[in-house]
Design a protein. Structure first.
Length: 187
């Protein structure tokens, strides 16, 4: 199964949460999805409805980023990039209020029910939601493949740090490969 992490309008340039590499990464993400659309899951990060909503540190986070709440930015920011919307359905969509898609068990239950044992991960942002997705996949024992050229970040340094982390520190848990190689072996 391919998990495409948070490739949403709110992260497209320009904007306060813009991920600069988003436009360059999007064609690689599309190539992965095109291989097997029904085997793709999109996650979407859903911000708080209004400033001050949320629990604990998330409350102050949405006070700091009040312009990115649904009330102020509009609900359209949570939509997938236009190029990706055509894949839903057959691709599935899972919404999440935090960085990790594993919060609440819904995703894990769906994958287990479908007898999934391998996950391909793409999307953004490499050092936030992609990182949380990868660590959860490791914790639940999935074989995990990171699509190295189909993830994006706000900086070269963050991107390179994530690749280094998963090719060195977590090399036993996560395989890192370019999209072309993944497509060659994805049956």
């Amino acid at each position: 199964m391919h998990i495409c992490v948070d490739m949403q309008r709110m992260f497209m340039p320009p904007g306060p949460w813009a991920v600069e590499w988003f436009p360059q990464t999007l064609p690689k993400v599309v190539r992965l999805i095109e291989k097997r659309p029904p085997r793709t899951i999109f996650t979407r990060f859903i911000p708080a409805r209004r400033p001050g909503d949320g629990h604990g540190q998330w409350r102050s986070y949405y006070e700091r980023w009040s312009e990115m709440t649904l009330e102020n930015a509009g609900a359209e920011i949570i939509e997938l990039a236009q190029e990706l919307q055509v894949f839903v359905p057959p691709a599935l969509q899972f919404d999440k209020p935090v960085y990790s898609p594993w919060f609440g068990e819904t995703l894990r239950r769906a994958l287990t029910a479908d007898h999934v044992d391998t996950l391909i991960v793409s999307g953004g942002e490499a050092d936030m939601c992609v990182l949380a997705t990868l660590l959860g996949a490791i914790d639940f024992g999935f074989r995990t493949v990171l699509a190295a050229d189909a993830i994006c970040s706000t900086s070269d340094e963050a991107y390179e740090s994530i690749l280094r982390l998963f090719t060195k520190r977590y090399s036993h848990h996560v395989e890192v490969a370019p999209v072309d190689e993944i497509l060659d072996f994805w049956i």
